[in-house]
Write a protein that binds this ligand. Structure first.
Ligand code: GLA
Length: 505
């Protein structure tokens, strides 16, 4: 008989982890242009980041100055976005998309869900109006796709200004994207940037029927630090541990995150002004434990070798890309500010563990393995930063101030409580110990992914994207149930929900 794990891997391998790549905003704000993007795309390749999995090159705000022609088409500045190859026209965004593709990378672009964009003064240049897509959703998203873009970040400045509903606007956008995809045959990944103002973790999963998406959970990690501008405003900006930790804290909505749907903790700012090696490490480690998008906002041409090797650390990226794509659960806080975060992973008995020291003094920390839902001590403990195996017998971790120890352990899961599904319901669940890891078994023989809206009478709503299973075999996805979840009601879809295995830690 084939093992359930082999089936699981084949069922979900076609499925996207959160995106990885580069975004222009944090280091270039709206001075972004073709030259800068070409340079950064080349650096993504030469640093080895592309090979490590960073694939999207995203042009954020500043590429478009709010002008449309008589037919409503976006007019692009020919000087900012000239021809790159002979035969190309100035002012055509397909030039840069083709350049990015020529390096084996994917191209991303940016707009706003409202009429106006953010146009963040004083980030270089006058405040521009009408840089949003409202009234032009079908036209703009088709245009982005025709230009060759693979990813679109959709901001919310105009939407917020007009008092719109994010759930409604982004559903319309998701549908416009799906229509564009049908016409061009090119996947256009939706990145929702609504900063958590209207709880996008409730409506982001499956919005407008999308099979995969991310939604920002908070404001900007920092205002842009454009070092090349040398103006007083940018010169005084510097990143602190608080910026990084606040974005992590705001990003935790584990019940909303499942394969394909991810909370977006914001771009990463490794190596930028104010960042130290310890803070770089903490930043990447927390984002990886959260299965968050790994979009780097730094100037890639100025990264130190230490930052590059951190960003390309394979074991950290493997934690981020775990097939279940879950967020970590805080299982212990042995002293104020010393926290043990545990991420359940798709391989049975595997956990990624972060020991976060938020304090100004170093700490000695012992882990109580029982709190990780394992029987006894783990079989193996891998220290990710040093790349060494540790011995479970003599484990007291020493964590420097404002730093993060990161490990992957393999052991044996304590047994689960199993709840079979009756029609489209699972009832009588006992998730009474805090956020609870569970594995949902299902069969989806439709041959394609199916989006299943889920709710619970305990006030929990989400949607699950269930990848197709091989023939009639069982597939599984990981979920984290909020404390007190007692039942799950699945909207009827062409899939069979089998049972829920609940792991009470
Ligand atoms: C908002 C977003 C940022 C960036 C800027 C552009 O602040 O949250 O990530 O896109 O707009 O103005």
């Amino acid at each position: 008989m084939r093992s359930a794990w082999i089936v699981l891997v084949s069922a979900t391998a076609c499925f996207g982890a959160a995106p990885m790549g580069w975004n222009s905003w944090n280091s270039f704000a709206n001075i972004v242009n073709s030259q800068i993007v070409q340079q950064q795309a080349r650096a993504l390749v030469s640093t080895g980041m592309k090979e490590a999995g960073y694939e999207y090159v995203v042009i954020d705000e500043g590429w478009w100055l709010g002008k449309r022609d008589a037919a409503g088409n976006i007019v692009v500045d020919p000087k900012q976005w000239p021809a790159i190859q002979p035969g190309q026209k100035d002012g055509d965004m397909s030039n840069i998309a083709a350049y990015i593709h020529s390096l084996g990378l994917k191209a991303g672009i940016y707009t706003d869900a409202g009429r106006d964009g953010c146009s963040m003064y004083p980030d270089s240049g006058p405040k521009l109006l009408n840089t949003g897509s409202e009234g032009h959703y079908e036209q703009d998203f088709l245009q982005f796709s025709k230009w060759g873009f693979d990813y679109v970040k959709v901001d919310w400045c105009g939407g917020a200004k007009e008092g719109k509903s994010g759930a409604i606007q982004y559903a319309q956008i998701a549908r416009a994207i799906q229509n564009a995809e049908k016409i061009t045959g090119r996947k256009l990944y939706l990145s929702i940037c609504e900063w958590g103002s209207q709880n996008p973790w409730y409506w982001g999963p499956g919005v407008g029927g999308v099979e995969s998406t991310i939604w920002r959970t908070g404001g900007d990690i920092i205002p842009p630090v454009v070092e090349t501008l040398h103006d007083a405003e940018h010169d005084k900006r510097s990143i602190t541990a608080k910026n990084v930790l606040d974005s992590f804290d705001a990003g935790l909505h584990p019940e909303a995150q499942h394969t394909g749907y991810y909370n977006d903790l914001d771009m990463m700012v490794m190596g930028m002004r104010g960042m130290t090696d310890a803070l770089d490490r903490t930043h990447l480690g927390l984002w990886a434990l959260s299965s968050a998008p790994l979009m780097v906002g730094s100037d890639l041409t100025r990264l130190s070798q230490a930052t590059v090797s951190l960003l390309t650390n394979k074991e950290t990226i493997a934690i981020n890309k775990d097939l279940y794509g879950l967020q970590p659960i805080k299982v212990d806080e042995p002293a104020p500010g010393i926290q043990i975060w545990v991420k359940p992973m798709a391989i049975a008995g595997r956990r990624a563990i972060g020991i976060l020291n938020r304090n100004e003094a170093g700490a000695q920390v012992n882990i109580n393995w029982e709190r990780l839902g394992l029987k006894g001590t783990p079989r193996s403990i891998r220290d990710v930063w040093s790349g060494r195996n540790l011995n479970a017998a003599d484990l007291a971790f020493s964590v420097p101030p404002k730093d993060l120890a990161l490990m992957v352990v393999d052991g044996e899961d304590k047994s689960s409580e199993d709840y079979p599904a009756h029609q489209d319901m699972i009832t009588g669940i006992q998730a009474t110990r805090g956020p609870t890891f569970a594995r949902l078994q299902y069969v989806n023989s439709s041959g394609h992914a199916v989006v299943v809206p889920v709710k619970s009478t305990s006030g929990f709503v989400t949607a699950l994207n269930l990848p197709p299973t091989v023939e009639a075999e069982t597939g599984a996805v990981g979920v984290i149930l909020p404390h007190g979840t007692a039942d799950l009601l699945f909207e009827r879809q062409p899939v069979e929900i089998r049972k829920l295995e609940v792991y009470v830690w």
